[in-house]
Every structure is written in C-alpha cells, then in structure tokens.
Design a protein around this ligand. Structure first.
Ligand SMILES: *Cc1c(COP(=O)(O)O)cnc(C)c1O
Length: 394
C-alpha cells in the first residue's frame, strides 16, 4: 500500500520511539507549566538563564518598537539591517575572529557552510556523534563523506590518508547528547598536518566555556589558524534565536556568495538581534553565571555518583544519565515526572541503540536545592525500577 503512514506510526510506537511534543504553557525557565502540570525542569538548553531575562526582554521590546517585526527580505536584498550588522561585529569580537555572519538557525548555518565549502571531488570527515544538522550537511554537500570514531584522532588520521580534494573536518565542540568536549588540540593538529580545515560547531560551548563565554576555542586557546570555521547558535546559552559562523574575511564573503540557506531565506527579525546584543553582553560580563553553573555541575555529579548512576565524561551543563533501553529511559523519566520533575529521555535514533539516556541539563537559573530535589527524586525513582533492563529491539 502506498503511503502506509499508519503502520509506520504503529511500528514507531511499538519500539518505544514515538515522539510527542510537551506543551509549554509558560516562559522558558527552570520552573515551567507543561501539559497542565507545574514542573521543575532539567531539560532546556537555556544554560545561563537568559531566555527570559528582563533586560533581554526589554531589548527585544525596544528593538521591535524601533525596527518593527519582520525582517522583510533576505540579507542580500533589503533585509540586512543595522541590528543584524552590529550583532555580527559583536560576535566577531567575542570569538576573536575578523568577521562573523548571522544566520536564522544553527541547522541552516551548518547546511550552508558545509555545502558552500565542499562538493564533488572533496572530502568531509565527521565525528560519528555529530549533531544531525552536520551529518545532513555532509551528505547534502556531495563530497566524499565519512565518519570517524568519536573523538578519536587516530581514526581521523586513517581517513585523512585517503582524503581527496579539499578536506573539511567537522566536529561538535561540546557533544550535544553526551556533554563531552571535542579533543580539539589533537584533532586540529591532525587537520593542520594534512592541510585540512577544521570546522567546529560549538552550539553548547558558547556561554558555558571560556573566561568570556567564548566557548571551546577560548577554553583551549585556539585561533583562526587552528579552527578556520567556527559555528555558534544563539538559541542555547544566548537565550534568543539564530546562529553565526565566524572566521576570516574570505570565509564570510564566500558564504555570502555561495551558502544557499543563507541567501534564499528571510533575515531574522531585527528585534531578535537587538535582544541578542543584550544577552551577549550579559553572557560575556556576568561571570557569576558560569561559576554558579560549574558549582551546580559538581554538586550534581557528586550526588549522582553516590546514587551509583552512570554519568558521562562531561564537564558541561549537559549531564546525561546513561540508562540503556528506550523503555527503561521512558520509565525513569515518567517516575521523575510523577514527582514534579521534568527530564527528557533521549532515545535512538538520536543516540545509538541501547544507550538511551536521561539528558539532564543544568542552568545558572537552578539553585543548589533544585539539584538536591532532582537527586532525591532520582533516588526514589530508581528504587521503583526493575533491576534488569531489556535490550532495545533491532
Ligand atoms: C541545536 C544545535 C544546532 C541547531 O541549532 P538551531 O539554531 O537550533 O537550529 C546545531 N548544532 C548543534 C550541535 C546543536 O546542538
């Protein structure tokens, strides 16, 4: 039968992989109302608590009064306004790169950048745990596409041996489902020794890592030479919306000429750029947000370790608890929900089979006692789970 959607949906349900969208009936915050319940949430990417910050809201409102609502056109036509331009200059300064280009989403930034830089006859090498948008970009580019073992310079080196044409190595900075850091010093050394370019998508590192919140490249002190292509997104720690690519003058001009997801889309509302200019200032200057976050991370890891939970090698606010099967992850998530706590279960195909996890994310807006409440709820929920886990279906 053509378009047999009902069996596809039924199979998805049977495999415990059915997705539903929780309905958020409150601003983004650590205390939210979801599907009619008041919950303490550990699942947003608003790591610094800026998505609902009064000064950011005010900048947004003022921006809308001054610049209106819609972007009105693409950047190349008449949609590139002063707030967009000022934000690009501020992002270039934050990243220590000559220029930055503002795009409407991280997904588009990745698609646009990879496809503008490589094509048929070239090579794209990606970490196998990269974000879906990077993997999609690699496939779409038409370049020879290969995935190396997670964070493994030797596996990368073996693939570099066989690379042809211009070679782009692409990695998440902070891995979005594991929270660990890319081993950039070693990966960049491999890249340079082979004349390949390194592209880092640091969606989860900006705001959280580095003295100024400049992310993983600031953390490791890597400049344009080591990481010529740097991507960040604005919907996570910046608390607003959009994304950017930072790099050389030539890189940015190349993207303006050739990145189709940049060219053929309407610019983001200028008021969003006004809001981001404010949140960027808070992200850079309010160091206490980063240090409070670090303290919450340490508190959570200590407590979870005492409960015998399996954590990952993560120094970031992404602190997944490895559970195993999708069914067990769903059960644990439901048991927390019963205690007023929201943590999303992440299942295949987002993560490999039998590595379903609760993706706990911490925010500078959480307090010590919020973390303690999560730990108490986990202890109680674990006691109610069966000891044995069953494997995910093939
Ligand atoms: C969220 C995310 C993106 C996508 O960014 P959006 O602005 O939400 O489209 C890209 N890369 C990584 C690593 C992400 O975590």
């Amino acid at each position: 039968m053509p378009f047999d959607l009902s069996s596809r949906l039924a199979a998805r349900r049977a495999a415990h992989l059915y997705r539903r969208r929780p309905l958020l009936d409150a601003p983004q915050d650590v205390r939210v109302r979801v599907d009619g319940e008041n919950l303490l949430a550990f699942c947003s990417n608003d790591y610094l608590g800026l998505a609902n910050h009064p000064e950011v809201i005010e900048a947004f409102a003022q921006g809308a009064r001054r610049w209106g609502v819609g972007g009105g056109a693409s950047h190349l036509v008449v949609g590139h306004s002063t707030p967009h331009h000022e934000l690009e200059e501020a992002l270039a300064q934050l990243t220590g790169r000559p220029r930055a280009l503002l795009l409407s989403s991280g997904y588009m930034a990745n698609l646009g950048t990879v496809t503008a830089l490589v094509g048929q006859g070239d090579t794209v090498l990606e970490d196998r745990l990269n974000h879906a948008s990077l993997l999609d970009a690699g496939l779409l580019s038409g370049a020879r596409f290969s995935r190396y073992l997670h964070n493994d310079p030797a596996s990368l080196a073996a693939r570099l041996e066989k690379a042809t044409g211009d070679t782009l190595i692409v990695t998440d900075g902070v891995f979005s489902m594991d929270g660990d850091l890319a081993n950039l010093p070693e990966l960049c050394a491999q890249a340079r020794s082979r004349g390949a370019w390194m592209m880092v998508d640091d969606a989860h590192g900006f705001g959280c890592l580095g003295q100024q919140g400049g992310g993983i490249v600031e953390h490791f002190g890597l400049g344009l030479e080591e990481v010529p292509v740097l991507v960040g997104t604005l919907g996570k720690a910046f608390g607003t919306s959009g994304a950017f690519v930072a790099g050389s003058e030539e890189l940015i001009e190349t993207l303006i000429q050739f990145a189709r997801p940049y060219i053929y889309t309407t610019s983001q509302p200028p008021a969003v750029a006004c809001a981001t200019l404010k949140s960027l200032q808070l992200l850079r200057d309010e160091h206490w947000r980063r240090s409070h976050l670090q303290q919450l991370i340490a508190r959570f890891r200590q407590g979870a370790g005492e409960l015998g939970l399996q954590l990952m090698e993560s120094p970031t606010p992404i602190q997944p608890i490895l559970v195993g099967s999708s069914a067990r992850a769903m059960a644990l998530s439901a048991a927390l929900r019963g205690q007023g706590i929201m943590v999303t279960a992440i299942r295949p195909p987002t993560v490999p089979r039998n590595t379903a996890r609760l993706r706990v994310t911490l925010s500078a807006a959480h307090s010590d006692s919020d973390v303690d409440q999560l730990l108490d709820a986990l202890k109680f929920a674990l006691a109610g789970l069966p000891e044995q886990d069953l494997a995910d279906e093939e």
